[in-house]
Write a protein that binds this ligand. Sequence first.
Ligand code: SF4
Length: 238
Amino acid sequence: MPTLVRISEIGLYLRCPRLIYFENLRRTPQKIDTKHLLLRSLMLSFSQKNDLEGQLKENLARLEAELPLVYEIEPEEMEPACRELEGEIAGIAQGLAGHLDHLLPCLAEVDLYSDRLGLSGRLDRLAPGSTPSLIRTGKAPEDGIWKKDRLMLAGYALLLGEKNRTHINQGLVEYPRLALVRAAQIHSVDRARVLRIRDRIRLIKEGQLPDRPEDAPCPACWAADICETRHSLASRFF
Ligand code: SF4
């Protein structure tokens, strides 16, 4: 049976297909981004619609104590990240107040997999109406959502749809720092793209190094050195 392709690998593939190849070779785990982990954990920590600001403050104090026990986080990174986020809590709570009916009640970090689809993944939030929701700690596009997130939502919609024997047609992307929650339609064409990308990822994981895309984000890439020295099968022949 072929190994399951993770939905997060679809996001990685869209950044650069070669990253799938190099991640597969990587021996040491990726360094944890403390600020990202903290904000994501905080966003998954509230469960009530009243006094969101109070809940977030209380949960931040708990996360400050607990996260270093669970993850390898340097103490000197944790404290400033918590103080920075503390200063943002009032704005985040105010911005999210109008979206809580779309976000709660929810299940957090839902593991999904399907042998039939050859896909697996851990969904950030399963919102009301079996709606998949992603938490993004970075920038939002001017309108709508990024292509990567659209396809990742389509991947989760496939998994949820198979599990619940239904079609999931809508997803959410949460941008807590920007006080935004954006809804996005999930189209059949995106579901089909996910399956095509799944097949390409399988080939890469079997050892096929893809060509360098022209628009690859190489300057900020951790794999730049090893990537420079590897040539794809195609470039060896032509
Ligand atoms: S260096 Fe560029 S081409 Fe190579 S893996 Fe990184 S982003 Fe992709």
